[in-house]
Design a protein around this ligand. Structure first.
Ligand code: FDA
Length: 416
């Protein structure tokens, strides 16, 4: 347990609360609502000038607030079962009911992803209204600096902030990950977790564009802006028994430095430095083997025409150019089959990612083995909770991260 660190002795202790929540993002606001509804004296602290900043920029300004297909399989974590309990107890249907109660119109875009018809601002306004209705006190422009344990029952914690110390019986840490520092991300939550002896799974950028190696850059990056529907898979995975293979059939976009678009973002969460990934450039289509049956058509022009069905012209042209140098000059059946195989397993060995500056989320975080899966309470320090993105639970692209924020927040907010 953290001892009180050296602080100015005359620092004012301004107040006492049942529950103090650190960070007014998606998870923090939701936890505050649940805690306040239970009649707990609840304070929500935010160092930014306003609450819910990431919600405002989410989903291209329309907030992809949940996904109707949520299961624990849509999340990465050292413990793939950890998210199950919270997700089962607060489902997408529950959040949809809240959105409907506030008359916010929404639509399904694709793959179960629900977006506001209007603006993400509506979700922030909804959460603010619910906070007010639940008598939550919100303080913005107040930076949390650290948390220490006290023996002064009933207040087990002191939250040290830029405007004084606050006593709390329970503390919920909802300070998010390291992604997009300019939106207010800090590492304070990890520091607090470490101070209370929690293990941190090394945070890493996820849902992030990938950067090509120098060689791939020279081969592909002049095509930046081109996209195609592909299937992206990790080149090698240690598959859990009965686990579905990881594969994302979505759009891949060539950028001026590498790859982006939903397929690349999704697969980036599974990528580790030094690893490769596979891209099937023509999912479920046999492009070249059709040439086998048309011996008169066994030449590069026919191959290009066949490839145009799957890829934009310049991408198809480039692929043919690169393969024509080493391709099957003799057009044997085996040579054509090899071309087909290459098209379906383009192997990319990224040099890196675009980092936390561009990552939608942070994978890793507070290790789940020291948290109670039902309540998100620390098993090491009763009364201390960790929720949302700071926990080692990271969702796929498509509303899964907000659903985890809501569900983990409800688990903690109904307990703290
Ligand atoms: P979040 O980061 O939202 O909140 C943490 C809060 O703590 C912030 O307000 C921060 O300012 C505050 N804080 C940090 N340090 C502090 C300190 N020292 N003192 C006080 N306060 C402090 N997900 C999804 O499901 N659908 C989507 O459409 C999108 N879209 C999207 C777009 C972009 C551009 C990004 C970057 C991310 C998304 N996401 C998303 C991901 C989603 O935004 C993210 O998973 C949640 O916001 C996480 O919620 P949290 O509340 O855990 O952290």
């Amino acid at each position: 347990m953290q001892k009180e660190t050296s602080r100015e002795p005359n620092r004012k202790m301004n107040q006492h609360y049942d529950v103090v929540i650190l960070g007014a993002g998606a998870a923090g606001m939701m936890a505050a609502i649940e805690s306040g509804k239970r009649g707990r004296r609840t304070l929500l602290l935010e160092h930014g000038e306003r609450v819910g900043r990431k919600i405002l920029i989410s989903g291209g300004g329309r907030c992809n607030f949940t996904n109707t297909n949520v299961t624990a399989d849509n999340y990465l974590s050292e413990n793939p079962h950890f998210s199950r309990s919270a997700l089962a107890r607060y489902t997408p249907r529950d959040f949809i009911a809240l959105v409907q109660k506030h008359n916010i119109a929404f639509h399904e875009k694709t793959l179960g992803q629900l977006f506001c018809d209007g603006s993400a601002q509506q979700i922030v306004v909804m959460l603010e209204a619910e906070c007010i209705a639940a008598n939550v006190e919100t303080r913005t422009s107040t930076a949390v600096e650290s948390v220490s344990a006290t023996n002064a029952e009933p207040h087990r914690f002191l939250v040290h902030t830029s405007s004084g110390d606050i006593a709390a019986n329970s503390v919920i840490v909802a300070t998010g990950g390291l992604s997009i520092p300019k939106m207010g991300a800090t590492g304070i939550g990890y520091d607090i977790a470490r101070a209370f002896q929690h293990r941190i799974v090394e945070p890493r950028p996820a849902l992030v564009p990938l950067i090509f190696s120098a060689n791939d850059k020279s081969l592909w990056c002049d095509l930046s802006g081109l996209s195609a529907e592909v299937i992206a898979t990790p080149a090698a995975t240690t598959k859990r028994r009965n686990a579905k293979p990881i594969a994302f059939r979505e759009k891949l976009l060539i950028t001026h430095r590498g790859i982006s678009g939903p397929a690349a973002l999704q697969i980036s969460s599974y990528w580790k430095p030094g690893a490769s990934l596979h891209v099937d450039l023509a999912p479920k289509v046999e492009v070249f083997t059709s040439l086998l049956n048309a011996s008169s058509g066994r030449h590069w022009n026919a191959a290009y025409a066949a490839l145009r069905i799957a890829l934009p012209a310049r991408l198809a042209e480039r692929w043919i150019e690169l393969h024509a140098q080493q391709g099957p000059g003799d057009w044997t059946n085996n040579g054509i089959a090899a071309l087909e195989a290459d098209l379906h397993t383009w192997t990319i060995a990224p040099a890196g990612t675009e980092g936390f500056e561009k990552a939608e989320v942070t994978a890793g975080g507070v290790a789940t083995d020291e948290l109670d899966a039902r309540t998100l309470e620390s098993k090491l320090t009763p009364g201390l909770f960790f929720i949302g993105e700071i926990v080692d639970v990271t969702g796929w692209l498509g509303g899964y991260n907000f659903q985890w924020a809501w569900a983990s927040a409800v688990a903690a907010g109904t307990t703290a």
